[in-house]
Design a protein around this ligand. Structure first.
Ligand code: TZP
Ligand code: MG
Length: 216
């Protein structure tokens, strides 16, 4: 069975702290109206119960809009939610075990931050890689040194997989990534911390669409 189709174009990752006084639900609602193409539920500081509760609320918003929900790290939470997939980092459950637990129909993405990791990912039948950090980011202090757009695109090519770039991206600096051939961008603060998350999403979606139109 093939995994369901998914669009990495503008991939929003949730973060309660970055949403400030707004709820994650509110930010996701605005991003859906803005045209976000994929959402990842990510919360490093919460137990499974509250994460499940948020995930269920997000699915109620996302499913009618036909937008996928990926769960960060927590394969158990993804299974209970019957989410569309998981995103795993280098320190998480390794890809073969994640695939065994989730089966062939779910989307599995892995993080890549170096040439060695890109080469390792090339040997796995993952659905996509998340490459970064592209730019400096305050959201993940241990993310490592910024790669820049060209190196990000090079690592994506080495992996041989569909790729989304991550780290410090907003509508002011996303264009070089699309120009370098990256399929999509992932952002936390670029949408969650924006004064108007819906407008920030629309700007990113417009950029993505302009680059896709140019490639046709
Ligand atoms: N992985 C690499 S950088 C990063 C993650 C989760 C943080 C992305 O957050 P932001 O706010 O889009 O820079
Ligand atoms: Mg992780």
């Amino acid at each position: 069975m093939q995994p369901r189709e998914f669009d990495l174009g503008v991939y929003l990752i949730t973060d309660r702290a970055c949403c400030g006084t707004r709820s994650v639900d509110e930010v996701i609602g605005a991003a859906i109206h803005g045209g976000v193409t994929l959402v990842q539920l990510r919360d490093k500081n919460v137990d499974a119960g509250p994460m499940l509760a948020l995930g269920r609320r997000l699915l109620e918003l996302l499913r009618p809009a036909g937008i996928g929900l990926i769960v960060n790290d927590r394969i158990d939470v993804a299974q209970v939610l019957d989410a569309d997939g998981v995103h795993i980092g280098q320190q998480d459950i390794p890809y073969p075990e994640a695939r065994r637990l989730l089966g062939p129909a779910k989307i599995i993405g892995v993080s890549v931050g170096s040439e060695a990791e890109a080469r390792e990912a090339a040997g796995l039948d993952v659905d996509y890689v998340g490459v970064g950090p592209v730019y400096p980011t305050a959201t993940k202090p241990d993310a490592g040194a910024a790669l820049g757009p060209e190196e990000t695109a090079r690592l994506a090519r080495i992996s041989g997989h569909r790729a989304v770039a991550i780290g410090g991206i907003d509508s002011a600096n996303a264009a070089p990534l699309y120009a370098a051939g990256i399929e999509g961008i992932a952002t936390i603060s670029g949408i969650c911390s924006a004064p108007d998350p819906g407008a920030a999403t629309r700007r990113l979606v417009r950029l993505m669409q302009e680059h896709r139109a140019r490639r046709i």
